[in-house]
Design a protein around this ligand. Structure first.
Ligand code: HEC
Ligand code: HEC
Ligand code: HEC
Ligand code: HEC
Ligand code: HEC
Ligand code: HEC
Ligand code: HEC
Ligand code: HEC
Ligand code: HEC
Length: 580
């Protein structure tokens, strides 16, 4: 794959961390199954067995976390992966367990290519500059909030407290890097999340998930001396002397400070040469770094938000105007490629969810640089709030065959193409909607099960399209096939009564009780079937089988029908033209 030795970075002599916060009482239970030494093949997890009494669900909150490749000059974002987990006691009525019942732990695990990432030691110079940049001191391998990497001994680490509002446990800000223990680049390292019972310390199960992270920010391609963002024209116009440091990363980073000072009259370069690396969010508010969500402080209140500043500036022309026919923007819109100039990236491929199979690109969901930059007012008249005014699943998945927006069960664009602010559409039918006013990553459906427990992270929705990104390992462990968690018996006893009380109004799948009972639901309300099976019950995208099935076609199961994964179920498959 794309793994290559390219990590540059000062070899810093950093202290090796003893896993100090390890609560001894749990250590035995967890270590018994955790990887004490990296093995070539991942040991199987307990959840693959349908007979298991518990199921663990876990996911990284974002499909990608970006961090700076160097922290000595300035920083946009620190290494900081957040993941959540839910533990379910299986049964006819499954139960989401809280911290009265169980505790959660994570350790690193080898991915299918044999790569493992246990420590960030020697992989970033973050800890050299954590204090001046982020105002906290943390030892090597500890994130800003103290969450630990498993460390060289791959010691299982406790996840944080149970959050009753979201029904999940959280590991907040584990400082993963995209360099594995062999020094190879791997933006998709895996951790094993394991649940242990409070009573008896018994293992309740485990699940392997990706903790995607990358420092692939390609500012370099434009901001090294001589390129478009550090050109002779800029040197003259803004009276700047660009950097000649042979290290291109230092060079482009210093150049960005020099250019910023030249254009805005700031003194960022001096601050840096005085020994204080620059935190961009110190002046430009970023919700991602406002961990207590208190909003802009007084300094930040007088400056542009970071997202507005960076996106709008690069979407404008060199003379800072709205682009026109003969006045091109600094960075022209060219699908994912233009976003990959800064987001990870041509190599990392952070956009890999099921939607990318439909040629849907960043701009189809987010709009372009100027929309992101808050240049135009949103449809409601407000200015776009970064990290909050984001697209939603319901913006395209607006309903079902019976009730949807503008005749499409699903659209290709998340906003009205006439709307230059790209205001995300809110659907009227809430079948596939997020919780009111909430983002996908904070929403849940079906009795508190998080959307991401069943669908995976944003930009990596199952079935993910970049196999080397490891996302699809997780649903395979949960239900033995890829795609959203569709098997009711991942959580329910298979004897679950026939109903349409599943997620999104789904009925039981691959189930004898449903085969014997579906007619009653049809007789009661045929439209409830048309919603997914189509107005003529011909089968739609909402009625595709999640796995290869063998189902009975007639009374008492005398005739069988084999339906292959992805086929849309029509009533005619089994009933001829009887129901339409
Ligand atoms: C496709 C080329 C390109 C890429 C990639 C790029 N820039 Fe720029 N950037 C430019 C150009 C050109 C300018 C100069 C615009 C001008 O003259 O106002 C610029 C200007 C800037 C400025 C100065 C804005 C101001 O008014 O102070 C900053 C800061 C900046 N870029 C940061 C970044 C960062 C950080 C990245 C990577 C995350 C990045 N750029 C990636 C082309 C690029
Ligand atoms: C000391 C405060 C300060 C810091 C720190 C700072 N900036 Fe700025 N930045 C400004 C000011 C002042 C402006 C002019 C516009 C404004 O007031 O927001 C500006 C403008 C910009 C613009 C141009 C916005 C536009 O509309 O053209 C970009 C892009 C930008 N900054 C990026 C950055 C980046 C990237 C960093 C970190 C390397 C950074 N800034 C750090 C104060 C700061
Ligand atoms: C010139 C560099 C650059 C380019 C090009 C760029 N981004 Fe960003 N983007 C950033 C930086 C830096 C941040 C972090 C801002 C923050 O922390 O608030 C960011 C944050 C974001 C966010 C989260 C914050 C928010 O505004 O909601 C979204 C969404 C986003 N970018 C989407 C895109 C899309 C889509 C594209 C392509 C159309 C794109 N970006 C192109 C640099 C860039
Ligand atoms: C199919 C739609 C879709 C596409 C395509 C898409 N995004 Fe997003 N993006 C979303 C949604 C939905 C969210 C909000 C996720 C959430 O709940 O946090 C989001 C959020 C983000 C965020 C904020 C972090 C987060 O996950 O909340 C960034 C940054 C971002 N997108 C960048 C990009 C970039 C860069 C691309 C292209 C390479 C892209 N997106 C393509 C739908 C999309
Ligand atoms: C820009 C529009 C858009 C957005 C936003 C969007 N989708 Fe999609 N999605 C599509 C299209 C188009 C398809 C392909 C049609 C289909 O297969 O049903 C699709 C397909 C899917 C599928 C595959 C269905 C199957 O059976 O293979 C899933 C699952 C899915 N989307 C989930 C999501 C989730 C979860 C979100 C929010 C995080 C989301 N989508 C946001 C447009 C979008
Ligand atoms: C218990 C598991 C589960 C949960 C929780 C769940 N989903 Fe789904 N979701 C599914 C399954 C299974 C499908 C496929 C259903 C179908 O094809 O009709 C699906 C389909 C979807 C689709 C795509 C519809 C299409 O075109 O195929 C979207 C969008 C979606 N879900 C969004 C969400 C959102 C948003 C949440 C949280 C508010 C959520 N889901 C919670 C299991 C779940
Ligand atoms: C990720 C785990 C999970 C999956 C997968 C799942 N469920 Fe559930 N289900 C739950 C939980 C948790 C509850 C809440 C039970 C309670 O508190 O009564 C629940 C409750 C229900 C209930 C209400 C139970 C009652 O007795 O009132 C129905 C009906 C149901 N699920 C149907 C389904 C169907 C049908 C599917 C498959 C399409 C499905 N579920 C898939 C976790 C799941
Ligand atoms: C929320 C969407 C949805 C609704 C509503 C819905 N179905 Fe389905 N149906 C599906 C999906 C998805 C499948 C394929 C499930 C699988 O096997 O993975 C399916 C499959 C079936 C099957 C084959 C059984 C199986 O396990 O695949 C029958 C029979 C069926 N549906 C009947 C009905 C009837 C009758 C109704 C109305 C009372 C109905 N469906 C309503 C989505 C739906
Ligand atoms: C995979 C095959 C299969 C599919 C697909 C299927 N059915 Fe059935 N259906 C059956 C079987 C088998 C029975 C007999 C039930 C039993 O064995 O108890 C049946 C019985 C029925 C009956 C009772 C009367 C009769 O014709 O025997 C109705 C009504 C019915 N189905 C409606 C539907 C509708 C509406 C759909 C589509 C939404 C549908 N079915 C899809 C297999 C199927």
């Amino acid at each position: 794959m794309r793994k290559h030795k390219s990590f540059r970075g000062p070899s810093v002599a950093l202290l090796v961390l003893a896993a100090s916060s390890w609560p001894g009482a749990f250590s035995q239970a967890v270590q018994s199954q955790a990887t004490s030494s990296p093995v070539q093949n991942r040991p199987a997890v307990a959840t693959t067995s349908t007979a298991a009494k518990y199921a663990v669900f876990a996911f990284n909150d974002l499909g990608m976390h970006c961090y700076d490749g160097d922290f000595s000059v300035f920083s946009l974002l620190p290494p900081f992966n957040v993941f959540h987990a839910q533990v379910i006691k299986k049964g006819l009525r499954p139960k989401i367990l809280d911290d009265k019942n169980c505790r959660l732990f994570y350790s690193s695990v080898v991915d299918p290519s044999g790569s493992i990432n246990t420590t960030s030691e020697g992989k970033t110079n973050f800890w050299e500059f954590i204090l001046p940049l982020y105002g906290v001191n943390q030892p090597l391998d500890a994130g800003i909030l103290g969450a630990l990497m498993p460390g060289p001994g791959n010691m299982p680490q406790p996840m944080g407290a149970y959050d009753p509002a979201h029904h999940w446990f959280t590991a907040a800000g584990v400082p993963f890097t995209c360099v594995d223990d062999d020094g190879l680049i791997n933006p998709y390292p895996m951790v094993r999340v394991k649940a242990v019972a409070v009573k008896g310390r018994k293992s309740l199960g485990a699940l392997d998930i990706v903790v995607p992270n990358s420092n692939e920010m390609n500012c370099l391609s434009c901001h090294v001396t001589g390129q478009d963002g550090a050109s002779d024209w800029h040197a003259q116009t803004y009276n700047v002397q660009f950097c000649q440091n042979p290290d291109q990363v230092i060079q482009y980073r210093e150049n960005i400070l020099l250019l910023h000072d030249g254009i805005n009259g700031t003194r960022l370069y001096n601050t840096y040469t005085d020994g204080q690396p620059v935190l961009c969010a110190g002046c430009h508010y970023s919700r991602a770094l406002d961990l207590n969500q208190t909003g802009p402080n007084t300094t930040q209140a007088s400056h542009l938000y970071l997202s507005h500043a960076i996106h709008s500036h690069h979407g404008m022309t060199l003379d800072h105007q709205l682009p026109g026919a003969d006045n091109p923007p600094i960075l022209s819109e060219d699908g994912a490629a233009s976003c990959y100039n800064c987001h990870p990236g041509g190599t990392t491929n952070c956009l890999r969810g099921v939607m990318s199979a439909q040629q849907i690109v960043c701009q189809d969901c987010h709009g372009g640089l100027l929309a992101l930059g808050g240049v135009f007012p949103l449809a409601g008249g407000t200015t776009r709030e970064p990290w909050a005014d984001l697209p939603k699943c319901q913006s395209c998945h607006t309903g079902d065959a019976v009730d949807n927006l503008d005749g499409d069960i699903v659209c290709q664009v998340a906003y009205d193409p006439e709307d230059s602010a790209a205001t995300p559409i809110e659907a009227l039918n809430d079948r596939f909607a997020e919780n009111p006013g909430q983002l996908y990553r904070n929403s849940n459906a079906h009795w508190g099960v998080a959307c991401e427990s069943c669908h995976g992270s944003p930009h990596a929705e199952w079935p993910a399209q970049v196999p080397t990104a490891n996302d699809n390992v997780t649903p395979l462990e949960i239900q033995r096939h890829g795609g959203p968690v569709a098997e009711c018996d991942a959580c329910h006893d298979p004897r679950l009564a026939a109903s349409m009380g599943g997620p999104h109004g789904m009925h039981n799948v691959n189930s004898r009780t449903w085969m014997n009972g579906h007619m009653w639901f049809y007789w009661r309300n045929a439209d409830s079937c048309r919603a997914c099976h189509g107005l003529a019950l011909e089968g739609t995208n909402l009625a595709r089988v999640a796995a290869d099935r063998i189902l009975s076609k007639s009374w008492f199961g005398r005739n069988k029908i084999a339906i292959t994964q992805g086929t849309a179920v029509s009533c005619a498959m089994c009933h001829g033209s009887r129901y339409h």
